[in-house]
Design a protein around this ligand. Sequence first.
Ligand SMILES: [Zn+2]
Length: 226
Amino acid sequence: MKILTIAAHPDDEILGCGGFINKLTDSKNVAECLILATGAASRHTKENEESEKEILLLHNNAKEAANTIGYSEIYFEKFSDNRMDNVDLLDIIKTIENYIEKIKPDMILTHNHSDLNIDHKITFQAVITACRPMVGSYVKKILSFETPSATEWQFPYHKNSFTPNVFINITENLEIKLKALLHYESEMRDTPHPRSDEKIKALAEYRGGIIGVKYAEAYELIYEVL
Ligand SMILES: [Zn+2]
């Protein structure tokens, strides 16, 4: 099986589905990853040399993390960080379509519709549009993941909450997930931040409890063609 993770920022591809990717690439599957936004520029007042340096560093972190977790390839686009709502949705969709045409994935892992982060929401919208299941479509399954510090901070009102219905046992993979996140020193925080080692482990433990295993990742099934 060929898997493509489509994430907004460098680190989401590990935070959201690192355990599952590591589990999948243990067997005969191939996983690649597409990162849409730079992940850095929004922290600076304007795009300057400093942000270019930070983007480069993040790309290097992402390559190392990809190696650790088992992605065979990682691609970077340069949509503006936390400003993807300023881009024509169609441009993002076309970009994703080009990668899907090239990679021909069977399964896509991406953000969920309800994250607080605007780039995550837009990524989800663009992915499901690019993957409309038409004649000759490659994609047979889309799962959306939760991202610590973006999913839980969208406090549930109306029907905007992440409602997982697929759980992956990552008991054997959590340690490698945490190891991959070590490459993202600039993105990780001290506990009790949700993007800290301790809380990522706590979330995996909570998700594991739901299905009776030690550690798990949770997903929403968007669609599956059998
Ligand atoms: Zn993100």
